[in-house]
Ligand binder design. Structure first.
Ligand SMILES: Cc1cc2nc3c(=O)[nH]c(=O)nc-3n(C[C@H](O)[C@H](O)[C@H](O)COP(=O)(O)OP(=O)(O)OC[C@H]3O[C@@H](n4cnc5c(N)ncnc54)[C@H](O)[C@@H]3O)c2cc1C
Ligand code: FES
Length: 249
């Protein structure tokens, strides 16, 4: 884990209130798919956790896809090329890369980002049938399609209002199109991941819950083991990735 000034190489609006920020820093050398960084946005004391969407160790570049929600992410959106941002990372455990005949990656809104590097690594690991399902409120919110297209991976999209793709949510899309898979990975809103857990037995969820320190020191992000009520996990340290059925959230 490093604490360094990462240089901003790109900070572009890619969908409604959603930006792609490309950074350059040494921490990329230790990154794994599904890990996150904690950003010290100028003017704020609490850091903001954002997943790394993809990275390239040869150039030292890593990409964040983030949605403007409050003051911290709004300030991030104003940052210019060439500026630096104090960044701690890599943090969290990341996605285990497993192999299977068929794999489904299911992302909801801001949960899309971390699935990009995951898809790349699953492909490199030899998974042949990888499909991606993404859900957004409306057409203007959609992003990530180019990233998966570049990897040659088919993406199914749902929108809550039917302005693009399937009219409904990701789980309804999976059921309507009869999409099955041996292995699933999901990241997005809590209710979506809970519904995915009811449909599939093998796979992983990535939790997005409020964090303070982001590195295991404050116990501000704990969740409980499903089987053992006396066992707790720090989402920022033992997570954010957990096995399907492992934790209550
Ligand atoms: C492991 C992890 C990975 C994430 N990855 C992404 C990503 O790839 N793209 C993306 O758009 N968003 C991601 N988020 C959510 C992102 O951290 C919040 O949207 C962001 O911190 C909001 O900050 P704000 O100042 O704009 O909002 P405010 O609501 O003003 O934030 C106030 C405080 O709450 C904290 N906070 C608010 N919402 C969250 C949240 N959901 N999770 C954790 N802390 C929060 C902030 O750190 C800050 O201290 C991730 C969250 C976690 C925990
Ligand atoms: S946020 Fe402090 S322990 Fe997880």
């Amino acid at each position: 884990m490093r604490d360094e000034k990462a240089k901003i190489l790109e900070n572009t609006l890619i969908a409604a209130d959603t930006y792609r920020m490309v950074l350059q820093g040494e921490l990329v050398q230790d990154l794994k798919a599904g890990q996150f960084v904690n950003l010290l946005v100028p003017g704020f004391t609490l850091r903001r956790p954002i997943s790394v969407s993809s990275f390239d160790k040869s150039t030292g570049e890593f990409t964040l896809l983030y949605k403007v929600l409050g003051e911290g992410t709004a300030k991030m959106a104003e940052m210019k090329l060439g500026e630096t941002i104090q960044t701690i990372g890599p943090l969290g455990n990341g996605f285990p890369i497993e192999t299977a005949e068929s794999v489904l990656l299911i992302g909801g809104g801001a949960g899309t980002g971390p699935l990009v590097q995951l898809a790349k690594e699953l492909k490199e690991a030899g998974c042949k049938k990888i499909r991606v399902v993404l859900g957004f409120p409306t057409k203007a919110d959609i992003y990530g399609l180019d990233e998966f297209n570049e990897l040659g991976i088919r993406t199914h999209v749902s929108t809550d209002d039917g302005t693009y793709g399937f009219h409904g949510n990701t789980v309804e899309l999976i059921q309507a199109e009869g999409l099955s898979a041996e292995l699933v990975y999901t990241c997005g809103p809590k209710r979506m991941m809970q519904a995915v857990e009811e449909l599939f037995d093998r796979g992983y969820i990535s939790l997005d819950i409020r964090m303070a320190c982001g590195m295991g020191a404050c116990m501000g992000c704990v969740c409980r083991d499903k089987a053992d009520p006396d066992k707790y996990y720090r989402v920022c340290k033992e997570g954010p990735v957990f096995r399907i059925g492992q934790v209550e959230y």
